[in-house]
Design a protein around this ligand. Structure first.
Ligand SMILES: NC(=O)c1ccc[n+]([C@@H]2O[C@H](COP(=O)([O-])OP(=O)(O)OC[C@H]3O[C@@H](n4cnc5c(N)ncnc54)[C@H](OP(=O)(O)O)[C@@H]3O)[C@@H](O)[C@H]2O)c1
Length: 347
């Protein structure tokens, strides 16, 4: 009986995933091909050494973006990978291209190239605050802030010692706090005439209406609710950051179905157990993390100042399935300022 219900849940979940993702993954003729996207990314060339902070760069989509960025800058960049897994980061960094010695000592570049790892468990706001402060002290200008931390779990409400649900923390609150904390360096980059762009990889266009009376999901939490709410929160936060910082670029992306370790590393046993089957079922509609990295980088590099949303090919999806209002943006902003305030969280 238990086995039956397990398999029916699993089959339903798989069908749901396949229909959801295959529906989302319909290419039309105006969308860029991978060859065109790679060529456009390869044309990226700046007179300064660009600085990119990649939160969630130790695996999957973040890793794909870090590698694509390193490839197209020929390693001549300051790349900071943020995550928990030092061994994974070291292995990625060891493989990144390194610029020729003469270009790394050029006098026109403000920095020599640096590829480094910063450890941070982003479920805790105090960790995010100390990392952003340390980064600000070390790096005066940041050109690209990419955030793709995430995990898959069917566990219900699961609070940290700071009282924030872990899924909400990783998929929303920590991202808000990274942007807020690193804004001075992003603004400095813009003032120097350089790129200043933020990308949050989550699920643009896959959100739902939100409950303005229960923004922390303290009253009505469910896995589905958390999964549908955080994309809308990402839209609203990036739109509000853009309103407050009109010279900067803020992008929310939906990466599509990407072959990463998300399911195989899930905290939920049956997702872990079924991850190979899920991967096989979605394979025809899925993308490698390397190709996704190219698409996401393209979406980031191509987006203009202000707020925009891009799809799995890095294409602009406009305001498709946007669930916001000025009131919602303001309420969420005020709620988030309070919810992520470290002094009150840890007192
Ligand atoms: N793969 C897909 O098909 C897909 C589809 C739609 C949306 N997304 C979203 O895209 C994002 C990236 O997913 P992915 O597929 O690339 O997953 P992934 O391969 O599992 O990578 C997740 C990344 O998040 C980091 N991370 C997780 N928990 C963290 C924590 N507490 N503190 C710091 N870093 C943490 C991991 O680093 P450490 O382990 O080093 O901490 C890792 O670098 C997620 O938000 C996911 O929801 C993915």
């Amino acid at each position: 009986m238990q086995l039956l219900s397990f398999s029916s849940i699993f089959v339903s979940l798989s069908i749901l995933l396949i229909s959801y993702f295959s529906f989302s993954f319909s290419r039309n003729s105006t969308m860029p091909t991978l060859t065109a996207v790679r060529a456009a990314n390869a044309a990226f060339n700046r007179s300064y050494t660009p600085v990119a902070i990649i939160v969630g760069g130790t695996s999957g989509i973040g890793q794909g973006i870090a590698e694509a960025f390193a490839r197209h800058t020929k390693g001549n960049a300051h790349i900071v990978i943020v995550g928990r897994n030092r061994a994974a980061a070291d292995a990625i960094i060891a493989q990144l291209p390194k610029p020729a010695p003469e270009s790394s000592t050029t006098t026109t570049a403000q920095y020599k190239y640096t590829h480094e790892f910063v450890q941070c468990d982003v479920t805790l706001m105090k960790n995010v605050e100390s990392v952003t402060q340390a980064l600000l002290a070390q790096i005066p200008k940041i050109n690209f802030l990419v955030m793709s931390p995430g995990f898959l779990s069917m566990k219900g409400h699961d609070e940290t010692v700071e009282g924030i649900d872990r899924k909400l923390a990783v998929h929303y609150y920590a991202r808000w706090k990274f942007v807020e904390g690193l804004l001075p360096a992003l603004r400095s980059a813009k003032e120097a005439g350089e790129d200043a762009k933020v990308l949050s990889v989550l699920a643009a266009g896959k959100g739902a209406d939100i409950d303005l009376e229960d923004l922390g999901l303290k009253k009505r939490y469910s896995v589905a609710n958390a999964g549908l709410t955080t994309p809308t929160y990402n839209d609203l936060m990036l739109q509000e950051f853009a309103e407050k910082n009109p010279a900067l670029t803020f992008v929310h992306s939906y990466p599509g179905v990407v072959r990463t370790g998300l399911a195989s590393k899930s905290e939920t046993g049956f997702i872990r157990a079924g991850s190979s089957l899920i991967t096989a079922l979605v394979y025809p509609f899925s993308t490698s993390y390397q190709d996704c990295g190219e698409y996401m980088l393209h979406g980031l590099l191509n987006s203009k100042q202000g707020f925009s949303r891009v799809g799995s090919l890095g294409e602009d999806i406009g305001m498709k399935r946007y669930f916001g209002s000025v009131e919602a943006r303001k309420k969420l902003w005020d709620h988030t300022v309070e919810a992520t305030k470290v002094s009150s969280l840890n007192s």
